[in-house]
Design a protein around this ligand. Structure first.
Ligand code: GLU
Length: 343
């Protein structure tokens, strides 16, 4: 068994640099603003606030999700003065930890990661319960998706045993879900011929280059990250079913049975698996006004939002408020939902 270490995502490393840079920029802008825009009715540059959403790899759905949210927020920036940017990161667990460190304002995270962090369990046992974590809304479903080379003889999750498998980069939601599954199945990394740790943006190419037999990705559908290896090298989707999966779904509020319907990619039949939901979270450190404006931008421009990515086609405003959010809703979000009659 060999572990392939990936170089830590440069973008991941860049998040704090970027934020520090923005902090400096904000300070400079604040100093200049009084002189420049003292008589403007719109928020002056000095009143502008920079907020950042942590997402995932550029080929996933979190990154365009964050970009879509920010695009709608930024359309209203002359009124509210908030300038939003989406950062590509290592994924859910990275986003949650970085929000907790105060270096991201918001992030897209899997519903299981939200739940575990709130309660301080599983991978967050050392950190303890995150009492300041706040939910904003949920997004698209994310089936746990296994993609294999057609020549690898893998038709169900159990067939991964002994194969070359990309487990995902540390910090990603899929790595987290995969480790949980491995524990349930009684497997360790040594049980694979190769346990790779490539981030999502590199895994499709690596699969087609025959560097491993399969990769796992907890992601919304349709996604370019899945269609690419299917189109380029005839990769196939694999079922993730069995007693262990049934029990996991039964025991945990954030898991559900999921189906990738026939025809979504090259699959002539439905692919059965289980999944989580993507959610957008923040913390009590992010102001009510910022969260109110971000939520408002998405919900007031809902048709525009759902048209920005095909995985958003299934979204409904009511369920985004009522499902997948285990942390308390942020006060700024509650303010909007009450105004809009959504709660
Ligand atoms: N679910 C993945 C994660 O939590 C990210 C999926 C995506 O990039 O769309 O890391």
């Amino acid at each position: 068994m060999a572990i392939v270490m990936h170089n830590k995502s440069t973008r991941e490393n860049n998040v704090s640099t970027h934020l520090k840079r923005m902090g400096t920029k904000t300070a400079a802008v604040v100093a200049a603003a009084g002189a420049m825009l003292a008589f403007s009715a719109a928020p002056s540059l000095g009143q502008q606030q920079f907020v950042t959403i942590g997402t995932g790899g550029v080929t996933g759905v979190y990154y365009p999700a964050g970009g879509s949210i920010c695009r709608l927020v930024n359309q209203g920036r002359s009124e509210h003065g908030i300038r939003c940017s989406a950062e590509s990161t290592g994924g859910s667990v990275f986003n949650l930890n970085t929000i907790r460190e105060g270096e991201l304002d918001m992030g897209v995270v899997q519903s299981d990661v939200q739940y575990n962090s709130l309660h301080g369990i599983e991978q967050f046992a050392d950190a303890g319960p995150y009492e300041d974590l706040r939910a904003m809304f949920s997004l698209h479903p994310e089936p746990f998706t296994v993609v294999a080379r057609a020549d690898a003889g893998i038709t169900n999750f159990e067939d991964l045993l002994g194969k070359r498998v990309n487990l995902g980069n540390p910090g990603s939601g899929q790595r987290n879900t995969m480790e949980l599954l491995m524990a349930e199945y009684g497997w360790t990394a040594d049980d694979f011929a190769l346990a790779a740790e490539l981030p999502s943006r590199e895994q499709a190419q690596a699969l087609c280059d025959n560097r491993f037999d399969a990769f796992v990705f907890t992601v919304g559908h349709p996604s370019g990250s899945i269609s690419e290896p299917i189109a380029t090298c005839d990769a196939v989707l694999v079922n993730v079913t069995g007693d262990i999966i049934d029990r996991l779904v039964e025991d945990n509020p954030y898991y559900f049975h999921a189906t990738i319907p026939a025809g979504m990619y090259n699959n002539s039949e439905d692919v059965h698996t289980f999944g989580v939901g993507a959610t957008v979270v923040s913390s009590t450190n992010t102001s009510d006004e910022v969260v109110y404006q971000v939520v408002r931008a998405v919900f007031e421009n809902f048709d525009e939002f759902t048209a920005l990515h095909p995985a958003f086609g299934v979204l409904e405003r009511e369920t985004m408020v009522t499902t997948g959010n285990s942390a308390p809703l942020h006060d700024g979000a509650v303010r909007y939902y009450e105004e809009a009659g959504l709660m």
